[in-house]
Design a protein around this ligand. Structure first.
Ligand SMILES: [Zn+2]
Length: 330
């Protein structure tokens, strides 16, 4: 069967991850351009711009990786580093729900900006990037950890696929602030981002890479040899390398057009897109459950003005509790 050009039912639009396949190159992947969903998550936090930009990269990477899960579950990306932004957390549920937050030292971020910070990745410092697949309480969690040594999240993603998954992979991430006018004509700033993941997943057994296993995980006991740089993969990588950051975030270059631009000579086929929504999974019951696991001493320390106030780091929702609810009768 020959496929030429992009064949799709309806354009994916903003905030939807679009799977694609370039059969002639044994390449599969996903593309996404994020607009209102990303902007809502970032505006809700109101972080300094470089922190927002970093979190945006983490969110896009999380969607690109999480959308590959073939079962109901959650993909969690988390950094733990020694820089001014010492933690980024983003998680994506396979139903499309995305959320994230950053923890940072505002003074250190401000002085880095004053010193002319060019690449926000410099705010991460050194540490690790952990990626966790959570299929619910009955299933074991899978976690892959790679070092973050002053590089970008994009680079850490490459290391992850090389070391943990041994799937030849290229990832591209880009974030942009757009300045336009709202209905009243007032200038406003909105966040956009885009991303692409391209993976070499040959079907032929003569090629040494594994098939696309659930979660991209390689089962225990299966040894995978080194992969020669296959001609098809060399070609796919060099095409992916031609993408400019602005193309990934340009509203005038939707995902289908970008994929067509890259792969039309080989024939690229796209599949149904999955919409990404800004939704937090916190609830009063979950917070109460957590407080219920606290010791009496921890509960006592959490009381302020006669109540326990818990604010969700992801969405800012405030939950207030009567401490009596958690104090064991004595
Ligand atoms: Zn929440």
């Amino acid at each position: 069967m020959t496929e030429t050009g992009v064949q799709t039912v309806a354009p994916a639009g903003d905030d939807a991850s679009l799977p694609f396949e370039v059969a002639a190159l044994d390449v599969r992947g996903r593309a996404i351009q994020m607009g209102p969903t990303l902007d809502a998550i970032l505006s809700g936090h109101g972080y300094p711009d470089p922190v927002s930009k970093l979190l945006a990269e983490a969110l896009v990477l999380t969607v690109l990786l999480g959308a590959s899960l073939k079962f109901d579950g959650k993909f969690i990306l988390q950094t733990d580093t020694d820089g001014p932004v010492d933690m980024l957390v983003a998680d994506y549920h396979t139903d499309g729900a995305l959320r994230g937050y950053a923890r940072f030292d505002a003074d250190r971020v401000a002085s880095a900006e004053k010193e002319g910070l060019k690449d926000p990745s410099g705010l991460l410092g050194k540490g690790v990037l952990a990626m966790t697949i959570d299929q619910g309480p009955e299933m074991s969690r899978y976690q892959g950890i790679v070092p973050l040594d002053g590089g970008t999240l994009e680079e850490a993603g490459h290391v992850y696929f090389r070391q943990s998954e041994q799937i030849p992979t290229r990832i591209r991430l880009a974030v942009a602030e757009l300045h336009d006018r709202d209905e009243d004509g007032t200038m406003r700033k909105t966040w956009r981002a885009g991303g692409l993941i391209v993976q070499f997943l040959p079907q032929a057994s003569s090629r040494m890479t594994p098939a696309d296993l659930p979660g991209g995980d390689v089962p225990e006991g299966i040894e995978i040899g080194p992969v020669d740089e296959d001609d098809a993969w060399v070609e796919a990588q060099s095409l992916a390398a031609t993408i400019e950051d602005h193309e990934l975030t340009d509203p005038a270059v939707p995902s289908e057009r970008l994929l067509y631009r890259l792969f039309h000579e080989r024939g690229v086929r796209v599949f149904a897109a999955t919409p990404v929504i800004n939704r937090c999974s916190c609830s009063r019951d979950k917070v109460a459950g957590l407080l219920g696991s606290f010791s009496a001493e921890e509960i006592a320390e959490s009381i302020d003005n006669g109540e326990i106030l818990v604010t969700c780091e992801f969405c800012g929702t405030k939950y207030r509790f009567d401490p009596g609810q958690f104090t064991p009768d004595s």
